[in-house]
Ligand binder design. Sequence first.
Ligand code: COA
Ligand code: ZN
Length: 317
Amino acid sequence: MNTLMNDDIDILISEVGPRDGLQNTKAFMPTGYKKQWISAAAAAGIREIEVCSFVPPKLIPQMVDAAEVVAHSLTIPGLHVAALAPNFKGAQRAMEAGVHKLTLTISVSREHSLANVRMTPDEAIASAKKICAFRDSLPPEQRPVIESGLSTVFGCTLEGAVSEDEVVRMAVASVEAGCDEVGLADTTGYANPEQIRRVFRKVRAAIGDKLSGAHLHNTRGLGLANVVAALEAGVTTFDSSLGGLGGCPFAPGASGNIVTEDLVFMLESMGLRTGIDLDKLLAIREILKQSMPEEPLYGYVPLAGITKGFVPATQQR
Ligand code: COA
Ligand code: ZN
């Protein structure tokens, strides 16, 4: 259950483009453009943005300015500022920077876990426990919400099928380690709608409302179908990325997130309020085009245009 949910929206969209998107782009987006993007996304009505990850800049040079990007984001009134960290050092840096929410990347697949964070899944849980204990030692106003971002939940490009029992075990272990929330990620774009419904229900049966959101990739074109399946399983928080940028550099063949523009169009058309202004959202693509002209941007609604007579969810009531 996300603490940002309130009466004026039905679905919380967490924009992860500045993190998941940029970790996988060839071009470096200059810091000034990152700040412009984040400000424009907040002005379009996005309430939570994963603005960066705290990783060694040697490994992912794009994230060299993480602390500066967080500092800027914290000046935007009402914005919930999230960041990702793979290990204790990254978590400490994120907390020093003052993030509101910290997502720990914890892989269910052993092979992906080793390739991505050089820890086994159980070692990653032990690290999460240490991170949560450190968080709890801080003064209350400096403690971020900690989410266990379980990755490769629906399949792994290195290992193939991932055991659903193992997913449930890792979700329970995350809560026992002290994480406030557990999100499920289809890092590799392997999931199908039936599997989404089943796995979300199994995890909810085990950890109740600690189950937070869905982080879906559109690698095989099933992203929005999977969103509908997750809605049916009671999910109300979705990560997505402007222009569908994204992918884990350490999961071979992984590609972009579901496209924020298409997701907002679908949800609003279905009568589900996101609080996001679609026209303003579409306009932000210009910042990406200007700052990284070589980078392909995805999305159907941006190409085809908003439908004639489109009525946002708030006006349907
Ligand atoms: N931020 C900055 N520096 C870090 C760091 C972090 N989060 N974690 C480690 N370092 C530094 C260490 O201090 C050390 O520096 P030194 O060489 O100057 O002493 C160096 O990096 C190596 O540290 P080590 O603990 O041995 O890390 P590693 O090389 O085994 O890498 C991870 C482990 C987890 C840091 C790395 O695999 C990683 O960042 N993975 C995440 C990848 C990612 O973001 N994937 C996408 C998300 S799905
Ligand atoms: Zn991702």
